[in-house]
Design a protein around this ligand. Sequence first.
Ligand code: NDP
Length: 307
Amino acid sequence: FELERLGVHDSVEAVFPPSELADFLADLPATVDVVGDDEIAACDAVVTLEHREAFLECDWVHSIQAGVDRFPFDEFEANDVVLTNSTGIHDRTVGETVAGYLLSFSRRLHDLLANQRERRWERPAWDDGFTLPGKTACVVGTGTLGRGVAETLGGLGLEVWGVRRSDEPVPGFDEIYTNDWLLEAVGDADFVIVTVPLTDETHHLFDAEAFDAMRADAYFVNVARGPVVDEPALIDALESDAIAGAALDVFEEEPLPEDSPLWAMDEVIVTPHCAAYTRDYFRDVGEIVRENVSRLETGEELYNRVV
Ligand code: NDP
């Protein structure tokens, strides 16, 4: 297809100012501008956060997220719309966010910050704090996110295991387990970190059985997608002290409802789906779009093509 107009859909505003990306791509051999819902029809391609029905009239849709579970693949296919995603850019951001969660738990920073807000001078109990070297992290999903987490945690001295569908080794992981060994792998780890895409196969991968398998002193981290976890089962595990705590960036319902018990739990860190946020986000996405525009010109298969 001919690319004459590329729209930056204004839904990306939740992650970065759309005009930053439009300016970054201003030198492309196409008109690039910020578009609202009523201008989608006039675009050949759009870069977007959210899905819109009107995208089915375009030739190409690029998701600024790696997770594309919200897009209706069948309808894209039926309407000959190409879908590409932004996997490949969130290794370091998410890796450092996860390192931050683990350091909060080990050095008690979340507790101390809560105390500070109440002007309370209160040290942790003598046996609350610990250090990370020699602890084990089981990372479920060994793609961009999993590798970034493995590299960052490896640098902090943790031993890192990966769980994936095949048993091929992955750089940065000390051990690889296949999915059939999920319960054994999570059962031996100090930290269990979820980095898989949401698919039919991973929906509620973490259920009551998985939390039962975890150690009572282990922490759970979800930076993947909310529905990978059976949230009521997680809440039960936390309330019954079957696990030590959790750091959660994603939830079954977002924003996390105000009445969720997760907000008020001492050993739970809640972040608003921002593990990958960085001031460079628009540049990282822009590089993928630029690469694909040049592939369109040469007729090569698009990078990160999903549909
Ligand atoms: P990738 O495609 O790079 O990696 C996904 C990995 O998951 C693959 O290595 C795959 O390995 C593994 N996998 C897929 N299905 C299964 C399964 N059933 N069981 C075990 N492993 C599986 O994606 P990214 O790492 O870039 O992103 C992963 C997900 O993280 C995204 O889909 C998105 O939902 C979420 N995400 C969240 C962010 C946030 O802000 N919190 C930011 C970015 C992404 P193999 O093929 O070997 O099984």
